[in-house]
Write a protein that binds this ligand. Sequence first.
Ligand code: TRP
Length: 337
Amino acid sequence: MTKTRVLTGITTTGTPHLGNYVGAIKPAIAASQDPSVQSYYFLADLHALIKCQDPRRVQESRLEIAATWLALGLDTDNAIFYRQSDVPEITELTWMLSCVCAKGLMNRAHAYKAAVAENEAAGNQDPDKGITMGLFGYPVLMAADILMFNAHKVPVGRDQIQHIEMARDIAARFNHLFKGDYFSLPEAVVDDRVAVLNGLDGRKMSKSYNNTIPLFVSEKKLLKLVRKIKTNSLEPGEPKDPDGCTLFQIYSAFATAEESAAMRREYENGIGWGEAKNRVFEYLNEQLREPRERYQALMEDPGHIEQVLLKGAERARGEAVPFLDRLRQAVGLGRFV
Ligand code: TRP
């Protein structure tokens, strides 16, 4: 049986928060347990360099994200878990793909277009002011990530769909030019059922809004943050609407259907905000306690994480090295004898 190859990357610029867990990490770990799937999960640390030139932050984020996935139970005998930067074949493939990718295609990439629009709005003479080749070519590196392992399915957020389409374009162009089925065409998988969690201020939970609840903060900090979640001014005793309420939304993302229904009734019966926040804190804290302990132990043992990631890279390279050899031959860079 050939397994479906599912691949996704995590850009290592931030500290994982509840929104990342619910929207990406939890479904990815669950998917990796399916025996008909081979999953490839990697730290997109080369992508991190595009957005972040603070080496300490990049290094710290790589460790935190790796520890988070391991603490939450990613089975690395099963999933192939690696750092992008440990697989140099990916950067080599990026170059090969760059040489068949139309510049015009990259001109249309959302992230690049947004940066240009910002320059224009600011009245800058040069519309490309401050834009690096890294940002411009970002989708080519991402295509290489995906095509290196001939991934069939790529679970991503909506904002990334365009990049998967670009990977398909680039793959098809390469196949056509070099007359072979080198690459299979990847498909984006966007799961509308997974919740997009709101943050402290009620907007989407995101590092860029500075409204996140990090997954593994201390108990004390967690309580403080839950108390900061924005609610309205209804008094205890007044019925409250759970729909559209961030506190309820966060609770339901973790609770079972029955527990959510029970909380819904509490809202209707007029539970006070203070009381509701205490309950949500207690619940989250209970769920996060064990993984938090594992996370802390892992963070104190970076040597172990390093070993796990190197083993993942070795498995990844077991596929990447022979495949790249074939691609080198395809483009005329094979050995003479
Ligand atoms: N660009 C993706 C993001 O910001 C991360 C990423 C890098 C990725 N390479 C990938 C996702 C390959 C899927 C496949 O979310």
